[in-house]
Design a protein around this ligand. Sequence first.
Ligand SMILES: Nc1ncnc2c1ncn2[C@@H]1O[C@H](COP(=O)(O)OP(=O)(O)OP(=O)(O)O)[C@@H](O)[C@H]1O
Ligand SMILES: [Mg+2]
Length: 329
Amino acid sequence: MSPSPEEFNESARGAAETHRWRGLDAYLKSQILGQDPAIGEFADALLAGEMGHARPGRPASLLLLLGPTGTGKTQAAVEAARHLHGENAIVRINLGEFASEERAGFLIGSGGSPGFLGESVKRLRAAGGRILLLDEIEKAHRRVSDLLLGMESGFMGGGADLVDLSGLHMILTSNLGTSEVIEMDGVARASIRRHLEQEAAAFFRPEAFARFTAVVVFNRLPRDAQARICARMIDDEAAYQARALSLRFGHPVRLHVGAGVSRRLLSEGFHRTLGARPLRNVIERRLRGALVESRLRGALGPGVSDALFAVDEARGVRAKIVRSRIALP
Ligand SMILES: Nc1ncnc2c1ncn2[C@@H]1O[C@H](COP(=O)(O)OP(=O)(O)OP(=O)(O)O)[C@@H](O)[C@H]1O
Ligand SMILES: [Mg+2]
């Protein structure tokens, strides 16, 4: 018997979904560099919830991402949402902003008002999203973490101020315990994991810690991983600025990246303990500075089709004009 139109649609939708599920691990590994073991565990845990293997009425997953600052925890959650459900499929709350009793009340709500968390979840569902990213859980007021981890069902709170978290992925990130591991050189991944898990279990209390679907540990980023991240960030920034100049000049503009630029910016932006965070700042500052300088000098302007970021030993990264062949009206 041939399928009814509804069945056909269902299976076509299923095929697209299966395709996205299959591609999640590879997509995340292409975006988050130098974290393959962590990303593998993260993708597996997300998919189990995503593919309907969580208990009905419960969150699809409750994940804890641990690891030093600037290593890709937040970015991994953002990219997972983008891949699975599209650009607006995530709501991100920095729990560090809810450290006081008063702020905790504002987040959780009381006496019939849903609070900021409830409002955010409503917004997320309305946008078709399913990922609730809760950063810096260790800085939140105790009431917040107790409530988030104390859920017996997918409903949080009590009485009129219930927040329905069922079917959502709750991704919590934290730097708990990382200040010591950052100094551990050459220590096996398994020992680092044990240390971080012990710290986190003590912080959340073991019975609450046991509720996490998965605990994923991100590594400190070694120099070779930061070198790859640096090259990627430079390409992204150059592409972004080329689009902006094309719009402004009214014709296509290409920005090329010369040899040595990546090495130069890495040597300035590499940081052993702050991960890739300083890199992004250095890259944006230097490339934008080079464009501003070239435009003020009158070299880069309408009519220029190709410019090159190049290293000038004395002056750092500069934008040189390669070609000006657009005839202006
Ligand atoms: N492994 C990585 N691969 C690619 N980019 C990365 C990686 N780690 C960090 N970045 C980049 O560095 C910046 C900071 O990363 P992110 O916000 O994900 O760090 P984090 O681990 O959440 O840090 P924190 O603990 O301070 O919140 C982002 O611009 C991100 O794109
Ligand atoms: Mg973060």
